[in-house]
Design a protein around this ligand. Structure first.
Ligand code: ADP
Ligand code: MG
Length: 216
């Protein structure tokens, strides 16, 4: 089944110095269980595409379907509910709730299998009830992924999740994301500058000046 589909998606921004064509006719189709990478230089439109796929922003034109459901025409509230059920996000800066513990942060994603998930992402039990801010960046990113895994959402979108991490830790994070797709039933799309992620991915999409190219 196609879990994500876009057809001729455009996103134009009106700026004081003219129109920026961040996405200029992007069509893609992602099969369930895929571990996909989006690459491209800074400013090429990667984050914009991820936001469109996740329903965080509206395209100027074109269509987006998540699990066969069109995002177009949904009210703001409908979209929020749809997003909560269907899409998980992982960001470069983790976006955890600082004053909560890893366990509590993961419970914001969902209530099922919390312990199993914390173990799967490699958070040692003695850290589960610490304050999240006391953890290293790598550990915080594991918690953020765990939160997305705890959610019933089948789609996991990650925007440069290893951008702030040392290479060794980044490798671990990549493995967890790949496992999420191949063993835990998620469809994972990662925006990345990492050649390692791109090498590990089932599908590699490159954005250049708002256009999409299939590399793998
Ligand atoms: P990437 O994530 O690949 O670095 P972005 O998707 O963030 O690229 O940005 C693509 C282009 O769109 C850039 O030229 C950026 O400056 C522009 N852009 C992004 N968001 C906005 C916005 N809200 N208003 C105006 N221009 C924007
Ligand atoms: Mg970006």
């Amino acid at each position: 089944m196609q879990i994500l589909e876009t057809k001729e998606v455009k996103k134009y921004y009106q700026t004081p110095s003219g129109i920026v064509r961040a996405l200029d006719g992007v069509s893609l189709s992602v099969t369930e269980g895929t571990f996909g990478a989006i690459v491209g230089s800074s400013g090429s439109g990667k984050t914009t595409l991820l936001h469109m796929l996740g329903g965080l922003d509206e395209p100027t034109d074109g269509q987006i379907r998540v699990r066969g459901t069109a995002l177009k025409g949904m009210s703001g509230e409908e979209k929020t509910v749809f997003r909560r059920r269907n899409i998980g996000f992982v960001f470069q800066n983790y976006n955890l709730i600082d004053y909560l513990t890893p366990e509590e942060n993961v419970m914001l994603g969902g209530k099922k299998d919390i312990e199993k998930i914390l173990e799967a992402v490699g958070i040692p039990r003695e850290d589960w009830k610490r304050q999240v801010l006391q953890l290293s960046g790598g550990q915080q990113q594991r918690v953020a992924i765990a939160r997305a895994l705890a959610s019933p959402a089948k789609v996991l979108l990650a925007d440069e999740p290893t951008g702030n991490l040392d290479e060794e830790i980044a490798d671990e994070i990549i493995k967890i994301l790949m496992k999420s797709a191949h063993e835990m039933g998620k469809s994972v799309i990662v925006v990345t500058h990492s050649k390692k992620i791109a090498d590990a991915a089932d599908v590699v999409l490159k954005i250049h000046e708002g256009k999409l190219y299939h590399l793998v």
